[in-house]
Write a protein of this length. Structure first.
Length: 294
């Protein structure tokens, strides 16, 4: 759910024909192509074909991560499964304004794509701090699969989502709040959480399902944490929108960056492999055997 990618184009037949996603997140929140349901571009108009293209792009990115047992595969898989469930959900009436949520979905996803691409290309200065911590932990095999999962979700929800919500607007043209549709996404996340964790355990790291984890997550479920973070993201977007001057808005933006980075450091501290137990070696061996399990 990154910047609107005009370069996606109109409906296409083959995956290979999809133009690459373009990272516009550097232009936001000051600039975003506005939602236009009459646009010939599927993504600006919020058509379901753009969600299909997002899923294909996510799959293209996930497959090599899984095959190489890259620790970034944990969040990549989870995000893919969430978006697939979102696509199934919108086959029936669910949101008040499905097209607008489709538009948001594409915008949101491209924030993640842009951050990952900047990291992969060595453009570290262009990677938000929370994402730097996330990708660094994955590349160094610092944290458990649970840590990789929470780092990705936290960076995307606590850092990216407030900017996305602010840039697209919190109210519809008739003045009604878009919060009900924002909250409905939680129902989709609730449906995906358990099967996604089970798939991570089956393919990448069975320890993610172990109980009594020695982390700050013991007394809360994954789903409850995500819902709390999404509520906070909405409230922070409201603070961006309510800022009376650009300088005041810049302060809110700096707080978003700082808070997300602080949360990321806490997650690393809570989920890092203890010394002298072999780190991620057992997980990586397991993954090489099971990563392509159905």
């Amino acid at each position: 759910m990154g910047a609107v990618t005009v370069a996606l184009g109109v409906p296409s037949a083959a995956v290979a024909d999809d133009p690459p996603f373009v990272g516009w997140s550097a232009l936001l929140p000051s600039l975003a192509l506005p939602y236009d349901p009459a646009s010939p571009d599927d993504c600006i108009a919020g058509r379901s074909q753009c969600v299909d293209k997002t899923i294909r792009e996510m799959t293209r990115r996930f497959d090599p991560l899984a095959a190489s047992c890259d620790h970034n595969a944990i969040f990549s898989l989870t995000y893919l499964r969430v978006t697939q469930e979102y696509r199934r959900t919108i086959e029936e009436p669910f949101f008040d304004d499905t097209s607008f949520v489709n538009y948001e979905d594409t915008l949101f996803a491209d924030y993640y794509f842009s951050a990952y691409d900047s990291w992969a290309e060595g453009q570290i200065a262009d990677v938000p701090p929370a994402w730097r911590i996330t990708f660094n932990a994955a590349s160094r095999h610092t944290v458990s699969a649970l840590g990789d999962l929470f780092l990705g979700i936290s960076a995307h929800v606590q850092r990216d989502l407030p900017f996305v919500l602010y840039s697209i607007g919190l109210v519809a043209p008739d003045g009604t709040s878009r919060k009900p549709d924002h909250d409905r996404v939680n129902e989709i996340l609730n449906r995906v959480t358990d099967p996604a964790i089970a798939e991570i355990a089956r393919r990448f790291d069975p320890t993610i399902e172990y109980t009594n984890l020695p982390t700050m997550f013991d007394d809360m479920t994954v789903f409850q944490i995500i819902v709390a973070w999404r509520e906070e993201a909405w409230r922070t977007a409201e603070a961006l929108a309510a800022a009376p001057t650009p300088a005041a808005r810049a302060l809110v933006a700096a707080q978003i960056e700082n808070n997300a980075a602080t949360e990321a450091r806490m997650i690393v501290a809570a989920t890092a492999y203890p010394p002298l137990i072999g780190g991620s070696a057992a997980r990586d061996v397991y993954c090489r055997i099971h990563h392509d399990d159905p």
